[in-house]
Design a protein around this ligand. Structure first.
Ligand SMILES: Cc1cc2nc3c(=O)[nH]c(=O)nc-3n(C[C@H](O)[C@H](O)[C@H](O)COP(=O)(O)O)c2cc1C
Length: 180
């Protein structure tokens, strides 16, 4: 099988800790995993945890300048077989829908030609807001695939839609996209 490389984007959600499980499961499947974190994600989980579980250095906004002629975000965008963002915040969905490129994860999303799988996690009102739904529709028309969110008790105290899909489901969806 050809090399399978997942760029795993992690954003600023309480579900960010579940990205550790996703990174671990993908790595155990023999997949090369490169984690890219937003600055907000670093408030929820440390790069060290994700670096250890993914077995690769984590790209953070602060670490984007490397002593290499090739910008690391372009190298990762080209290398990716799949861009998986889990959890995907409302903010990042908006940035991606509008083609913004203000940090390494958004830059990679613009530069890569790999398929994109998004696992949103947010408060139910944020999810149902017309702005978020419009951003999702835009991303779907461009071919982005979504998994979740699910219903349940949310960390914000709400009950309803907004929970990130379970890591095992996200990994299964990623594996099936990688098999095409
Ligand atoms: C405790 C806490 C939990 C949060 N959880 C979420 C969440 O699940 N989904 C979301 O879209 N935003 C959530 N936010 C807000 C984001 O962290 C915020 O919008 C941030 O700017 C997102 O940045 P990013 O998209 O660059 O990662 C949360 C904020 C806090 C303080």
């Amino acid at each position: 099988m050809s090399e399978r490389v997942v760029v795993l984007g992690v954003t600023g959600s309480i579900a960010a800790y579940k990205a550790a499980d996703i990174a671990s499961r993908l790595t155990k499947e023999g997949i090369e995993v490169h984690v890219v974190m937003t600055s907000a994600a670093e408030r929820f989980i440390t790069p060290l945890t994700l670096q250890t579980l993914s077995r690769h250095e984590v790209l953070t906004s602060a670490a984007a300048d490397r002593p290499d002629w090739r910008p690391v975000h372009i190298a990762l965008a080209d290398k990716a077989s799949l861009l998986l963002i889990a959890p995907a915040s409302a903010n990042v969905l908006a940035e991606l829908a509008h083609g913004l490129a203000g940090h390494p994860l958004a830059e990679i999303a613009l530069a890569t030609r790999a398929p994109m799988l998004l696992a949103p996690a947010m408060n139910g009102n944020m999810w149902q807001h017309p702005a978020t739904q419009s951003n999702i529709a835009t991303l779907k028309t461009r071919g982005a695939q979504f998994i979740g969110p699910a219903e349940g008790l949310l960390a914000c105290g709400y009950e309803g839609i907004g929970r990130m899909a379970e890591p095992v489901e996200i990994v299964d969806a990623a594996l099936s996209l990688l098999s095409f």
